[in-house]
Design a protein around this ligand. Structure first.
Ligand code: NAD
Length: 289
């Protein structure tokens, strides 16, 4: 038996470039990216816009959103629009999805990505279970877990009607194992994101809607407030990454496009780490005091 069915070869009409363009084609697709004004969300929005999708960038930071959308539209021609949004507000997320469908008729791709980092990690400060701030805890879960739930729900309805769609959630390596450098709330939210994604992937498979999670390790973004990271913090992160450095957000674009496009057409319910190997070795820890 031939290793590949006929017609599944590269190098036919148009050559390798045309083959790749067709494999990863998202032209004329309509995408929503939450938290798209910065960091990983900006990288998701930019790869989709660069590849010809119409992208709605949603973010609660109005100033950043304006700048991001201006830059994403350059060079002129990219179909990128700004949508001020707080993902923890379920009605607002639903209203945005309704607006997108009213305007474009569909939603093909949704990145449920918006997230925050706050609170104190157990090993670095007063973050032990009896001391952490419950308001911080609830506030983070509202954005990092419930914001993802709201986004998946709102995107699912049009995708079911279309009988196609790809939803990608941003989890974290801190959602697949414990991470003493990360607050309780964040690890719990990300673990929840992963299991919610799996439930939704199984549920929505009947309608040919795929749902997957990207689990980034440490990337240089504005998470945690922005501004330059103190050198000792960066050195600590570097020490837990076999590749020896934090990720550049642009390095997530390939995985994002794979999951969003028909190149990923048989992928659903998966958790894809992109972490410089961080999960291979686990955190390097000082001994407990
Ligand atoms: P970032 O701060 O650079 O970007 C996050 C964006 O989300 C910001 O523009 C922010 O304004 C927006 N946002 C936050 N809360 C929002 C809300 N309630 N509604 C709408 N927008 C909101 O950080 P990032 O690192 O790009 O984070 C993106 C996602 O990646 C988050 O879910 C984060 O938890 C996850 N993540 C990041 C890393 C990392 O090392 N940077 C690692 C693992 C996972």
């Amino acid at each position: 038996m031939s290793p590949e069915p006929a017609g599944h070869r590269t190098g036919e009409a148009g050559g390798v470039g045309a083959f790749l363009a067709s494999l990863f084609d998202v032209r004329n697709q309509v995408a929503l990216v939450t938290g798209g004004a910065s960091g990983l969300g900006y990288a998701f929005a930019s790869v989709l816009a660069d590849c010809g999708a119409a992208v709605v960038v949603a973010d609660w930071n109005a100033e950043r959103l304006e700048k991001a959308v201006t830059s994403l539209r350059d060079p002129a021609g990219a179909a990128v629009t700004a949508a001020p949004l707080d993902v923890s507000d379920a009605a607002a997320v639903q209203a945005l999805a309704d607006d997108i469908v009213a305007e474009h008729g569909r939603i093909d791709i949704a990145f449920a990505n918006a997230g925050v980092a706050r609170g104190r990690p157990p090993l670095l400060a007063e973050g032990t279970i009896d001391e952490f701030d419950m308001d911080d805890y609830y506030g983070l879960i509202d954005v990092n877990l419930h914001g993802v739930v709201h986004t998946i729900r709102a995107a699912a309805a049009p995708m079911k009607r279309q009988r196609s769609g790809s939803i990608i959630v941003t989890a974290s390596t801190a959602g697949v194992r414990n991470d003493p450098f990360t607050p309780y709330s964040y690890t719990v939210a990300k673990a929840g994101v992963i299991n919610f994604m799996k439930q939704a992937a199984h549920d929505l498979a009947r309608w040919n809607v795929r749902v997957n999670a990207i689990a980034p390790g440490p990337f240089k973004t504005n998470l945690g407030g922005g501004g330059p990271m103190p050198p000792e913090a960066e050195a600590r992160w570097n020490s837990v990454i076999p590749l020896g450095r934090m990720g550049d957000p642009a390095e997530i674009r390939g995985l994002a496009l794979l999951l969003a496009s028909k190149a990923g057409s048989f992928m659903t319910g998966g958790v894809y780490p992109i972490d410089g190997g961080a999960l291979l070795q686990g955190p390097s820890l000082p001994p407990p005091a």
